[in-house]
Design a protein around this ligand. Structure first.
Ligand SMILES: NC(=O)c1ccc[n+]([C@@H]2O[C@H](COP(=O)([O-])OP(=O)(O)OC[C@H]3O[C@@H](n4cnc5c(N)ncnc54)[C@H](OP(=O)(O)O)[C@@H]3O)[C@@H](O)[C@H]2O)c1
Length: 257
């Protein structure tokens, strides 16, 4: 990717940035000139990733955030806006796998998937939108919210009923928020990745069942996180000026059956 620094002067907050895709997304946005705020519950991890990004010359900050706790969201967004600046770009990435077959799933497991993957996404989007509107992000090129959904938003992933339902909810939430905030020039879109090996699925893909699943994909492989970079930057940057309410699938063909 050419280093055009197309996000110079923009402030991007990434949830779930203590590893996996979130840490990667923060680094990609920083490389394009964005000031990044990495958040997750594990403060030591986000501090380490922010320090690594800082060593490249970019501006990176770390904050502890539990997206399942609306009070934590309110406090962290307010403090970060005061200390760093209002958010222009939100990458709503924190997520949990909500594993479990329907027949065995407990109410707690269901609630955990929805607390993080749906309620957390909604209240972070709301906190970001309030800042985007109050700070007139429209005059700085418009707000951008990128909800990291999954191919599970439109494809059944086996044994993941709560995850699938939560990601489908994120898809419709994305379209609803896009409609409501269009007049404020906040683009709200969802990125729907296929399987990339991270902590969320590493144990599964090490099993025989996981290896068999990979062989069912048309290209017989998992994706690299880098495969998401162009779509992320499209949704985060000027290219999303008229692109809102879309679900963009980047999955190496995995959901094609
Ligand atoms: N990897 C894939 O194949 C894949 C495919 C499609 C979509 N996705 C989606 O991509 C996103 C990132 O997943 P990943 O693969 O990078 O998984 P991961 O490595 O397990 O990362 C999940 C992140 O979410 C954070 N998180 C979990 N619960 C949280 C909470 N209550 N509050 C704040 N942060 C929380 C974790 O940080 P802490 O534990 O430090 O809080 C961690 O940083 C998820 O939404 C996932 O559904 C992943």
């Amino acid at each position: 990717m050419a280093d055009e620094r197309r996000l110079e002067g923009r402030t991007a907050l990434v949830t779930g940035a203590s590893g996996g895709l979130g840490a990667h997304f923060a680094e990609v946005l920083a490389r394009q000139g964005a000031r990044v705020v990495l958040t997750a519950r594990r403060l030591d991890k986000v501090e380490a990733y922010a320090a690594a990004i800082g060593r490249t010359g970019a501006e990176a900050h770390a904050r502890a955030l539990d997206v399942s706790d609306p009070a934590s969201i309110t406090a962290v967004f307010a403090e970060a806006a005061a200390a760093i600046g209002p958010v222009d770009i939100l990458v709503n990435n924190a997520g949990v796998s909500g594993e479990g077959r329907a027949i065995d799933l407990t109410p707690d497991a269901w609630d955990q998937a929805f607390d993080v993957n749906v309620r957390g996404v909604f209240f972070c989007a709301q906190a970001a939108a309030r800042q985007m509107i109050d700070s007139d992000a429209a005059s700085r090129g418009g707000g951008r919210t990128i909800n990291v959904a999954s191919i599970a938003a439109h494809t059944v992933l086996p044994g993941l009923v709560a995850y699938n339902a939560s990601k489908a909810a994120v898809g419709m939430m994305t379209r609803s928020l896009a409609r409501e905030w269009a007049r404020h020039h906040i683009a709200v879109n969802a990125l729907c990745p296929g399987y990339v090996e991270t902590d969320i699925n590493r144990d599964w893909f090490a099993t025989e069942g996981g290896q068999k699943q990979i062989k069912t994909f048309p290209r017989r492989r998992l994706m690299d996180a880098q495969a998401l970079d162009d779509a992320l930057l499209l949704l985060a940057g000027p290219g999303a000026g008229a692109l809102t309410g879309s679900l963009i699938t980047v999955d190496d063909g995995q959901s094609l059956g």
